[in-house]
Design a protein around this ligand. Structure first.
Ligand SMILES: Cc1cc2nc3c(=O)[nH]c(=O)nc-3n(C[C@H](O)[C@H](O)[C@H](O)COP(=O)(O)O)c2cc1C
Length: 215
């Protein structure tokens, strides 16, 4: 064991939160105390980022009417997604894919504008800005679970329509509508597994040695 390792209890808490984080679509209303929301956003802001670019921007949606308009955009895309799914369309429409109206807080996570000058680590892989934002969202997700709050990541929307709605500058891009708040209970497994929509694959299928496909 490394001398830098955390205590047994601390390590158990880290693995526990990773294992018990769930994407939540059912919320119990209520609210999030400002200091808790502050801790969650501070956790997000400590994420790693390519070239320390910190490309994340978070917009807190406090106007109820604006929340409704975001939900309408998501609903539009949900219907289009169902159409694109063909024979799985009916099953998809039965799934709950967002909790925008019931959650305590809605945050929109976006990539900043003017990202082109940032080429450190992005010259050949420009999508590393998105990877960095995803790291921030994951920090928020894990911190929320540790605080006893659920979070759902909603990516069913037309990005330009949401960017226009929120007055984003050209080049900025919304990536996630995050629903956050108290829940009655956390799903014991991914909801898409519980609903028989998808299956989880074992780690052993994703792990190779030396060359692709070699085990
Ligand atoms: C990038 C990203 C986008 C997602 N978008 C949606 C979404 O639009 N609607 C939804 O219901 N779930 C969405 N999810 C949640 C996934 O369905 C969920 O993470 C997956 O089924 C595994 O479940 P778990 O997060 O509870 O482990 C998204 C997750 C990620 C990482």
């Amino acid at each position: 064991m490394s001398e830098h390792a955390y205590s047994d209890a601390e390590r158990a808490a880290i693995y526990r939160v990773i294992g018990e984080r769930r994407d939540m679509r059912h919320f119990a209303g209520g609210d999030i105390a400002p200091e808790v929301l502050g801790r969650l956003l501070a956790a997000a802001h400590q994420a790693p980022s390519v070239g320390l670019m910190q490309p994340w921007r978070f917009i807190r949606i406090s106007q109820r009417e604006l929340r409704g308009r975001i939900q309408a955009l998501v609903e539009q895309e949900r219907v289009r997604t169902a159409e694109a799914l063909g024979e799985r369309s009916d099953d998809f429409m039965k799934l709950k894919v967002e909790g925008i109206s019931d959650c305590a807080e809605v945050l929109v996570a976006a990539l900043m504008d003017n990202r082109e000058p940032h080429i450190f680590g992005r010259r050949t892989l420009p999508e590393m800005d998105l990877a960095s934002l995803a790291c921030a969202i994951q920090n928020l997700w894990l911190a929320a679970r540790a605080e006893g709050l659920g979070m759902g990541w909603v990516s069913l929307f037309e990005p330009q329509a949401l960017a226009d709605l929120l007055g984003m500058p050209a080049g900025a891009k919304p990536v996630a509508v995050l629903c956050l708040g108290p829940v009655t209970e956390f799903y014991p497994a991914p909801m898409l597994v519980l609903e028989n929509w998808a299956e989880q694959r074992p780690l052993s299928e994703m792990l190779y040695e030396n060359h692709w496909g070699e085990r």
